[in-house]
Design a protein around this ligand. Structure first.
Ligand SMILES: NC(=O)c1ccc[n+]([C@@H]2O[C@H](COP(=O)([O-])OP(=O)(O)OC[C@H]3O[C@@H](n4cnc5c(N)ncnc54)[C@H](O)[C@@H]3O)[C@@H](O)[C@H]2O)c1
Length: 254
């Protein structure tokens, strides 16, 4: 398979750590993200054209995504894999989420992933096959309080992984999802900052409380998740398809 991967949400957090790891391991990487970050500037400077390509855009725009994926495949010599990572969190319950907010979370987390896969899978097939990795969540497997919209969308991604894996199994494309527990990223920093601002305790206290929920006694790091993404996107996982892989310090074990 071609050692090139298209990563949505690759400018920060789990997607950013994945982009850096694939580059370090010799792959070519295309990142599609709403924001051009210092990480993107650093990777552009370090690897340059032919190894790394950045496109700014929203995964809700199917057209922009398709154009970016095609340009990436052209620039990087085909496409062997996609990591559909971009997503957003929202804290709510069924009774208090607004219809607009529910639609926004569904449009980014479900339709954004759908748009990403629709843009990339034809390019992967054209390049001779490869792998799809979807960023789901521990909430694809368990429920959490005050996480109605987010849990709903991540449950849907788990199902998307399984049906897509069956449809592509005979075509040389494997499809798997990662199900991370809490990982220290700007997304979770922002959640705890909001909670702290509303009087729920200091950010340090909130992080400590979160860590205590995990059997391993801590939250995860984006670089640890990136290694699982690498395993699933590369030939190292050649007999894996249709799987939801937990990386959660034991949280969902019981
Ligand atoms: N951090 C965690 O604890 C955790 C746990 C489980 C799953 N996840 C999932 O991992 C993914 C990445 O989260 P993270 O924690 O690394 O967050 P993050 O905020 O650090 O990174 C997310 C990136 O996605 C980009 N993005 C968001 N919406 C986008 C859109 N519509 N179009 C293009 N880019 C967009 C952002 O600009 C950002 O760069 C999300 O899907 C999230 O649900 C995170």
């Amino acid at each position: 398979m071609r050692k090139s991967i298209f990563i949505t949400g690759g400018a920060s957090g789990i997607g950013g750590a994945s982009a850096a790891l694939f580059l370090e391991r010799g792959w070519n990487v295309g990142v599609y993200d709403l924001n051009r970050t210092a990480l993107v500037d650093g990777l552009t400077g370090e690897y340059g054209a032919g190894r790394f390509a950045y496109h700014g855009g929203d995964t809700r725009s199917a057209e922009a995504l398709k154009a970016a994926a095609e340009e990436t495949a052209e620039a990087l010599g085909g496409l062997g894999a996609v990591f559909a990572c971009a997503g957003v969190h929202h804290s709510d319950t069924l009774m208090d989420v607004s219809e607009d907010e529910l639609r926004r979370v569904m449009e980014i987390n479900i339709m954004g992933t759908f748009n990403t896969l629709r843009a990339c899978i034809p390019l992967i097939l054209k390049s001779g096959g490869g792998a799809v990795v979807i960023n789901a969540s521990d909430q694809s497997l368990i429920g959490k309080p005050h996480s109605f919209a987010y849990g709903l969308t991540k449950g849907a991604l788990g199902q998307m992984t399984k049906s897509l894996a069956l449809d592509l199994a005979g075509k040389g494309v494997r499809v798997n999802a990662i199900c991370p527990g809490t990982i220290r990223t700007p997304m979770v920093d922002a959640i705890f900052a909001r909670c702290a601002a509303s009087g729920a305790g200091s950010e340090a206290e909130l992080w400590a409380e979160e860590a205590s929920l995990f059997p391993l006694g801590r939250v995860g790091e984006a670089s640890e998740v990136a290694r699982l993404v690498y395993f699933l996107a590369s030939e190292e996982s050649s007999f894996c398809t249709g799987g939801l892989y937990t990386i959660d310090g034991g949280l969902t074990a019981g």
